[in-house]
Design a protein around this ligand. Structure first.
Ligand code: SAH
Ligand code: SF4
Ligand code: F3S
Length: 502
């Protein structure tokens, strides 16, 4: 089949642009969708912001080919962008695949089903997909997702060849073990017109002993600052108000680049881009959060006074076993520095309960840090054993009932602290980025909760995001969506607010 690639450029992104055109020709010219309707696609994304960003890139290529997005899996092409960070992420993927297989069989046998993302970087998972899910047409990983046009083209050509020779196999499997260079300048379809994720680096070199990410996302690679700045400028020109800089550990940005640059220097440059209203970033690893970064955050008004700083555990002994390279005291010192520089800063975190060897004493250390720091919110996770990580072989796994009991205790402390922090903003006026028509709005006077309301004067229930990342519901005109406005915070409902536009 090598002759189908004749004429394709060798370099990226030209090569993929070529395959976008070739796919287009196949679909338009060869009557794949002869009834004249546009083919549809659907992408189901699991996992973190990095995966959501990758899905926007996949969508950009598919739309360039001529596919139209629909909101259900009853599409002509369905992609699953998977996550494997914890076991339940993988379980959910299998549930969806079972469902789509049935759809294909019963409703649309020519449907194209693709599976990609972090799970597909695990050889065992690929083997399982191959063996047990015959209806999957395309399998690819995180390192070559930019190749979707080429892979789709190969599949469509394989299907054509099979019409002549039914003994041929059509399935396309292309998983790259290691990442090669970063491919810039392929089409992207942004989910939102006013908020956007912006990759500054890929991969992770930290190898925390519980974590699968370094194995499925490869080594750290930073994008050149000129490419990042150019993208930030393009986003502003498109009307984007809030940019989220993305990386597994943004604080080590710059490693391996020819230019001499740190994350603090990059943030300083991005914050200075004309017209950029709000900047966030995630995730920060505490081990290399610099004083320089704190200074840049504090100096720029458009950098949100919010930091996501995963703690994982409050016990220095466990942190060592987790390979996190900081102690409880280091973490508390960082929090102090952040608050000294920015008294209103919102600090959020990730915590794992039940890491192998966690004793009651270790767990009490975690509770102690939570009380001392009083996080604005915390994602709490039950430790999940990931095959291939060092911690999976640790012998002292914590019994399930003990973990569950600790998890509930932690949740209580975390919820109490975040509710108390949130309440501090009641009575203040805050800048809010209006995001959506609100799902629910509590009527202040009656205490009733009503579904998204519309009033005769054209106002509706809206939801906006504060600098601290919490949401506020208020009444306003729909055209405010995508704008930054001032809202008086009237009431705190623990994890969100009720307010009034002023
Ligand atoms: N790069 C980010 C985190 C990415 S994964 C960082 O280092 O902060 C997001 C979160 O998932 C982690 O912070 C951790 O709390 C959690 N996590 C990762 N592996 C896990 C595992 N095996 N079990 C439970 N939680 C895990
Ligand atoms: Fe995983 Fe640690 Fe890397 Fe975060 S820093 S992605 S937790 S290995
Ligand atoms: Fe999951 Fe991959 Fe992100 S494993 S958390 S989608 S980097």
């Amino acid at each position: 089949m090598t002759d189908i690639y004749n004429g394709a450029p060798v370099n990226e992104p030209e090569r993929q642009m070529y395959f976008i055109e070739e796919c287009k020709k196949l679909i338009d010219g060869m009557g794949l969708f002869a009834d004249g309707k546009k083919p549809t696609y659907h992408i189901s994304t699991f996992g973190c912001q990095m995966n959501f960003r990758d899905s926007e890139k996949l969508a950009g290529v598919l739309e360039s080919i001529g596919y139209t997005l629909i909101d259900s899996e009853k599409a002509d092409l369905v992609l699953y962008n998977t996550c494997t960070v914890r076991e339940n992420a993988s379980t959910r993927v299998y549930g969806r695949i079972g469902y789509v297989g049935k759809l294909k069989k019963e409703k649309n046998p020519s449907m194209v089903i693709g599976i990609c993302g972090c799970m597909m970087q695990e050889p065992d998972e690929v083997e399982k997909m191959q063996k047990s899910y015959g209806f999957i047409d395309i399998i690819f990983g995180t390192h070559n997702s930019y190749k979707i046009a080429e892979l789709l083209y190969t599949l469509l050509m394989n299907r054509k060849a099979k019409e002549k020779d039914p003994s041929l196999k059509t399935r396309v499997i292309d998983v790259q073990k290691e990442a090669t260079g970063i491919v810039e300048d392929l089409p992207v379809k942004y989910d939102s017109t006013f908020r956007a994720g912006l990759n500054i680096m890929y991969g992770c070199d930290n190898f925390c002993t519980y974590c699968i990410v370094p194995y499925v996302r490869g080594r750290e690679r930073s994008r050149r600052s000129c490419d990042i700045i150019r993208e930030a400028q393009d986003l502003v020109a498109k009307g984007v108000k809030e940019v989220m800089l993305l990386g597994q550990n943004v604080n080590s940005y710059g490693k391996g680049l020819e230019e001499d640059i740190t994350f603090a220097m990059l943030l300083d440059k991005i914050a200075s881009v004309q017209g950029i209203k709000r900047i966030r970033f995630m995730t920060s690893h505490p081990k290399d959060l610099s004083d320089e970064l704190i200074e840049v955050m504090a100096r720029h008004e458009n950098v949100c006074k919010h930091i996501h700083l995963p703690l994982q555990s409050g016990s220095s002994r466990l942190l060592k076993r987790m390979n996190r390279h900081y102690t409880k005291e280091d973490y508390l010192l960082l929090v102090k520095k952040l608050r000294d520089a920015m008294p209103d800063i919102a600090i959020t975190t990730d915590i794992i309960v039940g890491f192998p060897g966690e004793t009651e004493e270790d767990f009490i250390e975690t509770l102690d840090v939570c009380e001392t720091v009083s996080f604005d919110s915390a994602f709490t996770f039950i430790y999940s054993k990931r095959t291939g990580t060092p911690a999976a072989t640790f012998e002292d796994q914590v019994p399930e009932d003990v973990v569950k009991e600790r998890f509930d205790r932690l949740l209580k402390v975390v919820s109490r602290c975040s509710a108390a922090n949130a309440a501090r903003l009641v009575g203040t006026v805050q800048e809010v980025l209006v995001e959506t028509v609100g799902h629910e709005l509590s009527d202040n006077s009656s205490g009733n909760t009503v579904e998204s309301i519309s009033t005769p004067d054209g106002t509706t229930a809206l939801t906006g995001r504060l600098g601290n990342n919490l949401l506020v519901h208020f009444v306003g005109r729909k055209r405010l969506i995508g704008e930054i406005i001032k809202v008086q915070i009237d009431e705190c409902k623990d994890f969100y607010y009720i307010g009034r536009q002023i």
